[in-house]
Design a protein around this ligand. Sequence first.
Ligand SMILES: [Zn+2]
Length: 322
Amino acid sequence: MSEVLNYIPSWELILFAAIFGTMWGSFANVVIVRWPRELSVVSPPSHCFSCGAPIKWYDNIPVISYLVLRGRCRNCKTGYSPRYALVELASGIMAGVIMLLSINSTKELSAATLAVFFIWFTFALSLIIIAMIDLEHYLIPDVIALPGIIIGVLANTFILKLGYVEPIVSAVVGYASIRLLFIDGYKLLRGRPGMGLGDAKLMAMIGAFLGYEGALFAIFAGAFQGTVIGIVMVIARRRDGNLNEPVFEEELKSSEEVIDDDPESEEDSEDSKGLDEVDIPLMKARVPFGPFLALGAIEYLFIGDWFLSQYTNFIAKLIYGI
Ligand SMILES: [Zn+2]
């Protein structure tokens, strides 16, 4: 998208987009909770995971209901994770910014603007869902990543600027490099894969939407931020005295233990079906790199052009002293 604002849209439109975004954020929450447990995302309607009381429409208003009820169920007062409101808020902010950038990239408000908006918002919302599911379950759903690759190529072919060659090449190269370097190659060296096939498919989806610059940005920005957070976590854990505990493996173990537990005792098993009944094409990764890859892709969407122009200027100055 463009780095300079050519056209200042009305604030009402941005607000409308943001509200639209929070509503889809609310739907994203349902997918994040129910999809990995193989439950329908349309029925039953939202209900309290603790007391089972149905959530009335006026208590289900994105972000606002969370604030009004102070994050608790109206019926039983059980506290909900702030994650729900944060996903809604993030989706709303992203939708507002994407609307702004879409109007700017099409120079005016037209049907093309809305098409661009829907494409980028679908991409961003899919990344949020993938990141949240990967954080909790260490898996990346094929059902989002695989259609995502096709939608990215089609969107670039017919509506966005990249055409079809670059997205296809970026998707294939992105998939192959993760697979060869971080799965097969890593396994040869360390005896276990460093990433899951899900990460490779997510990389392909990001390449299909963002092309090679975006794919490169996402992997480097993601790896950098993932490393920083990983180091912080290791330091925090070492302070707790577990000197030799590998951070992520320990978490993986505890997430596997959950599977053996009685599902009712788990805090967020809102639904009756336990995790042990999940039989989906799991793409287990030792380290959840997916959330950082998704973060890098969203960052590229918002500041990629600006960052790359700053970066090129910086390199030019370094080399030619201009
Ligand atoms: Zn309740």
